[in-house]
Design a protein. Structure first.
Length: 193
């Protein structure tokens, strides 16, 4: 008389939803941390790309705004994507690679010619420091032979630390720009903020 009906009981449905809720609660923080780690690695790789673009441009002598061959290219901290911000600690606000119109390799400040590429701000969690001999600097310049330009007669490599705050593990990057202009990229442990 009665047919057997296939389906879930209310209790089975509640147990399934509870198990799924626990799995999601455990998985979401791990997923968010993975996203932050990937963003941190990408931030370091973008900075390496900017340095490489500036170095290659300096070596190949790309034409600047005056249409003459320019022997140097630089990257600098930039808030607006068109000019250098001048603030040594402003790298996290964005940065640009450009043909440097400065009159010499050792000029104290860059002069933005043709902007080659813009890397905009990555949010409040981006943390980039660029140092020369322990002091923060606001730009990195390459000469026509691809070497690191000597600024104020300081002859030390440039050390860059890039990471996203609250990343974990080895998702940070330490980039060293040697005097020859060659780059070295090393994983670094993320700083806990």
């Amino acid at each position: 008389m009665f047919k057997k009906q296939n389906g879930f009981t209310l209790i089975e449905l509640m147990v399934a939803l509870t198990v799924m809720g626990v799995a999601i609660a455990i998985g979401i923080p791990s997923f968010n941390k993975q996203i932050m780690n990937n963003q941190s690695v990408a931030l370091g790789e973008d900075f390496v790309s900017a340095l490489n673009l500036a170095r290659v441009t300096a070596v190949t002598g790309r034409k600047g705004a005056t249409q003459t061959l320019q022997p140097r290219a630089s990257i600098c901290a930039s808030v607006d994507g068109a000019t250098c911000s001048g603030a040594a600690g402003g790298w996290s606000q964005g940065f640009i690679a450009f043909v440097d119109m400065a009159t010499s390799d050792s000029a104290a400040a860059p002069i933005v010619g043709t902007v080659l590429q813009v890397w905009p701000r990555r949010g409040n969690r981006a943390d980039i420091t660029v140092r020369l001999n322990g002091s923060d600097i606001s730009f990195v310049r390459f000469t026509s032979v691809g070497t690191l330009a000597r600024i104020n007669n300081v002859n030390f490599p440039v050390i860059v630390n890039a990471e996203m705050r609250k990343c974990s593990g080895n998702a940070g990057r330490t980039i060293t720009v040697g005097l020859s202009g060659l780059l070295s990229v090393v994983r670094k442990v993320c700083v806990v903020y």
